[in-house]
Design a protein around this ligand. Structure first.
Ligand code: SF4
Ligand code: SF4
Ligand code: SF4
Length: 436
């Protein structure tokens, strides 16, 4: 029978948790005598028959002995859902306003042409938002302005927000603007001070490294311009996070970078590993585990919140898992300048178009999203963070293996090892973890 109990040991303690849905308890080391460690991944454990009834009862009540993926996982994005139910899963609408950008970055993911005239119109953006709201019927949505550089179309951003606030005023919206902060206008400052607006600022590293890989077409230094504008939005009390792409080139300078961010008043930074790229751009090795772990600990000790996608499996021990790696695929739709609709930011193939928007949830392309979830990915079944990682990024898996249901095995050691380190840290600091 499938078992979802996993175990991490640290000094005098043992942390047992449910690897499919989350939830866990710290025990004294004495419990080890009742655990069978013979599974392929030594961190997956079974309870021996000799385990006292009281302990069994506690584990059962805390859900650690569950042998099924949970209703939450079964009922999220599912191929058997009706189109209405599928549309209801969508909580985030990404408007990729343009592929154009005022920068040239070495590993830009966008097939970008600076003079490409394609951009998403205000009319199409509003139509998309209204139709999806009508189909899904939720009362809350995240609207994300993305690019290229979306601020090249600041009027569209302002007008879409105005439209949502005035015409859809019975709804609640959170707006996110992803930007390189190379050019900021008065209308941007008017928007960023609103409480439901968040800015995600792309900046990778200290100046000497950042400016080699990220080059501005409108300023001498990408780094200087972005940092100067960061200071301005900090002064305006804007809600923002700095988003850095971690590569082999900047990973050794993360702490230096964090120090600079703290000096400039930055409170939140996301360190996201370069994906859909080769080993020469980022190797998912032990050093990377240590670099990100050290960055996290440095952040805890120096008042800056350091996170990234690599935190997700660990976080889900406490928040629970819905069976998907990210909050994108299955929960987001991405409308791009060609008026085609994609299932998430990394998807290479559209699942539909704005002209036939009512067909997006009934097609085969959307159906497969519901299948790639925890419990269905064969290669993950022996992993101690099975449902918490849920097969990692689906787009990267397809890019690397050519198989949507495959996994990028290079990342498994990284996720497994980093999650183990984070658990050990929290056991020792007795933080967040329940003791049984
Ligand atoms: S700022 Fe972003 S969109 Fe622009 S070139 Fe760099 S990575 Fe690409
Ligand atoms: S599947 Fe991958 S690219 Fe798509 S939203 Fe999730 S993490 Fe991002
Ligand atoms: S992708 Fe790798 S680390 Fe993630 S659940 Fe699957 S086997 Fe585990």
């Amino acid at each position: 029978m499938t078992n979802y109990m996993s175990c991490i040991e640290e000094r005098d303690h043992v942390f047992l948790f449910n690897s499919m849905v989350g939830g866990g308890i710290v025990f004294d080391r004495a419990i080890m005598q009742y655990l069978d460690h013979s599974a392929q991944d030594y961190r997956c454990v079974y309870l021996k028959n000799s385990c006292p009834e009281g302990v069994k009862k506690l584990l059962f009540e805390k859900g650690l002995l569950n042998t099924y993926p949970s209703r939450r996982i079964n009922e999220t994005v599912s191929e058997t859902n009706t189109d209405k139910e599928k549309a209801k899963m969508i909580g985030s609408l990404r408007l990729t306003l343009t592929n154009n950008c005022n920068c040239v970055c070495e590993y830009c993911y966008v097939d970008r042409e600076y003079h490409d005239k394609n951009f998403l119109s205000e009319k199409d953006s509003c139509y998309f938002i209204e139709r999806i709201i009508k189909m899904g019927g939720n009362s809350k949505y995240v609207i994300r302005f993305f690019g290229g550089e979306p601020m090249l179309y600041m009027d569209t951003i302002s007008n879409v927000i105005k439209y949502c606030n005035e015409k859809l005023n019975d709804m609640s919206f959170e707006y996110i603007i992803n930007t390189n902060l190379q050019t900021v206008t008065n209308s941007f400052f008017e928007i960023v001070t609103k409480p439901n607006v968040k800015v995600v600022v792309s900046l990778d590293s200290v100046k000497e490294i950042n400016d080699v890989y990220r080059r501005s077409l409108v300023a001498d230094s990408y780094y200087d311009t972005t940092v100067a504008n960061l200071r301005k939005i900090t002064k305006e009390n804007a809600n923002y996070v700095v988003a850095a792409v971690v590569t082999n080139m900047n990973r050794k300078s993360i702490q230096q970078f964090l120090e600079l961010l703290v000096k400039n008043g930055v409170k939140n930074v996301g360190l996201n590993c370069a994906r859909m790229s080769g080993e020469d751009i980022l190797s998912f090795d032990e050093e990377l585990v240590n670099d990100l772990y050290s960055a996290y600990i440095w952040g805890v000790n120096n008042g800056i919140n350091v996170s990234g996608y690599w935190m997700l499996p660990f976080e889900r021990i406490f928040t629970g898992s819905d069976g998907f790696y990210c909050g994108g695929l299955g929960f987001e739709l991405d409308l791009r300048p060609d008026r085609k609709i994609y299932s998430c930011v990394g998807a290479k193939k559209p699942i539909g178009s704005l002209d036939k928007i009512e067909e997006i949830f009934s097609g085969d392309d959307y159906r497969r999203i519901g299948q790639r979830k925890a419990g269905n990915i064969k290669e993950c079944s022996d992993c101690y963070i099975n449902g918490l990682c849920a097969g990692e990024c689906a787009c990267n898996a397809e890019y690397k293996t050519g198989n949507y249901w495959g996994i990028d095995k290079n990342q498994c050691f990284f996720h497994q090892s980093l999650t183990e380190k984070l658990i050990k840290y929290h056991i020792l600091s007795a933080d967040r973890i329940e003791h049984g």
